[in-house]
Write a protein that binds this ligand. Structure first.
Ligand SMILES: C[S@@+](CC[C@H](N)C(=O)[O-])C[C@H]1O[C@@H](n2cnc3c(N)ncnc32)[C@H](O)[C@@H]1O
Length: 282
C-alpha cells in the first residue's frame, strides 16, 4: 500500500484485491482508477492446472470524492509517446540486476519493479511531496521517490527487509534538483490571472483596442474594469469571445493586442505570460 498527496494506491492479485477494494469503498474511499499491471514475463503455473496468473491490479483512490488531487496527465502522456496513458500497464516483473539478492537468493519474494513505482509516483505526486509506504519491503517506493525528488516514509515489519532497504536507499540515485527535468509543464495548472489584473497592472490600458482573431477582424475597447465593449455589448474577454464565436471560446486565445515590441498582433495570453514572469522574478 502506498499513500501519496491526497490519494492512496493499493496493489494486489485476485487473492485479495476484491476484498481490499470492498473495504476501501466501505470506508468511504472513491476509486479513481483500477490499473491492470500486465506482467510481460509472469511466473508460469507450474502444475498446469489453471491459467497463468499474468497480472496484478492497482487501485487508485481518494478519501473524499470530488476533492482536489494530483494527476500529472501531461507527464503520463509524454511518457507514452504523446498518447493518453491507459489503465493497462505492460511492465516486466522485477528480474536481473534490479532484483536484490542475499547469498545468491532473492532478498524479498515480492520485490516490485522500479518502473511500476516510477509511474505511480510520476503520475500522482509532485517533487517535494511526502509519500508513505507502510509495507515497505525492500524500499522500491523509497528508491523511486529519491530518484524523482520526492520524500518518503517507509514502514516495514521484518528487520531483515529493513536492513536490505536501508542499504539499497543509501546508494539510490539522487540527482540535483532541477525543476524542468522533474516537472512536466501543464497549461491547465497555470496560476489563474483575471484579465482585470493586467489592466490594473498597466500591461494593457483602459481605452486600448483588442482584436478578435489574429487578422483583427473585429475591434473591442478595453474598459477600466477589465471588461470589453464591442458594438454596444459589454462583457468579459470570455463572454465576448463566446458571443462572437457563437460557441465555446477561451478569451485568452481569442483576443489579440497590438504588440509594440514585435509590431504585430499577439494573443493576450502573451501579456499574461509577461505578468507571470514579472511576479516570479520578485
Ligand atoms: C508486498 S511486500 C512489499 C514489497 C515492496 N513493495 C518491494 O518492492 O520490496 C509487503 C511487505 O509488507 C510487510 N508487512 C506486512 N505486514 C506488515 C505490517 N503490519 N507492518 C509493516 N509491514 C508489514 C511485509 O514484511 C512485506 O515486506
Amino acid at each position: 500500500m502506498l499513500k501519496s498527496t491526497g490519494t492512496l494506491w493499493v496493489i494486489g492479485s485476485y487473492h485479495n484485491i476484491y476484498r481490499v477494494g470492498s473495504i476501501l469503498q466501505d470506508l468511504g474511499y472513491w476509486i479513481l482508477n483500477d490499473i491492470v499491471w500486465v506482467k510481460r514475463n509472469p511466473m508460469p503455473n507450474f502444475r498446469g492446472v489453471r491459467f497463468t496468473n499474468a497480472h496484478e491490479t492497482l487501485l487508485w483512490a481518494q478519501k473524499e470524492a470530488g476533492a482536489k488531487y494530483t494527476f500529472n496527465y501531461r507527464a503520463m502522456k509524454a511518457l507514452n509517446d504523446d498518447l493518453q496513458m491507459r489503465s493497462d500497464w505492460f511492465l516486466p516483473i522485477c528480474t536481473g540486476k534490479e532484483r536484490l539478492k542475499e547469498d545468491g537468493k532473492k532478498a524479498h519474494p515480492t520485490q516490485k519493479p522500479e518502473a511500476l513505482l516510477y509511474r505511480v509516483l510520476l503520475a500522482t505526486t509532485e517533487p517535494g511531496d511526502v509519500v508513505l509506504d507502510p509495507f515497505f519491503g525492500t524500499g522500491t517506493t523509497g528508491a523511486m521517490a529519491k530518484k524523482l525528488q520526492r520524500h518518503f516514509i517507509g514502514i516495514e515489519l521484518e528487520p531483515n527487509y529493513i536492513r536490505v532497504a536501508r542499504k539499497r536507499l543509501e546508494s539510490a540515485m539522487q540527482l540535483e534538483f532541477n525543476a524542468p527535468v522533474f516537472v512536466t509543464p501543464d497549461p491547465r495548472k497555470r496560476q489563474r490571472v483575471p484579465f482585470g489584473t493586467l489592466v490594473e497592472q498597466g500591461f494593457i490600458n483602459p481605452g486600448d483596442a483588442l482584436f478578435f482573431g489574429a487578422e483583427g477582424q473585429q475591434k473591442a475597447t478595453v474598459q477600466a474594469d477589465g471588461s470589453l465593449v464591442l458594438n454596444g455589448r459589454r462583457g468579459s474577454i470570455h463572454a465576448m469571445a463566446r458571443a462572437l464565436r457563437n460557441g465555446p471560446a477561451n478569451g485568452w486565445r481569442a483576443w489579440y493586442f497590438r504588440d509594440d515590441q514585435s509590431n504585430s498582433l499577439q494573443p493576450i495570453d502573451m501579456l499574461r505570460e509577461r505578468y507571470l514572469n514579472q511576479i516570479s522574478e520578485l
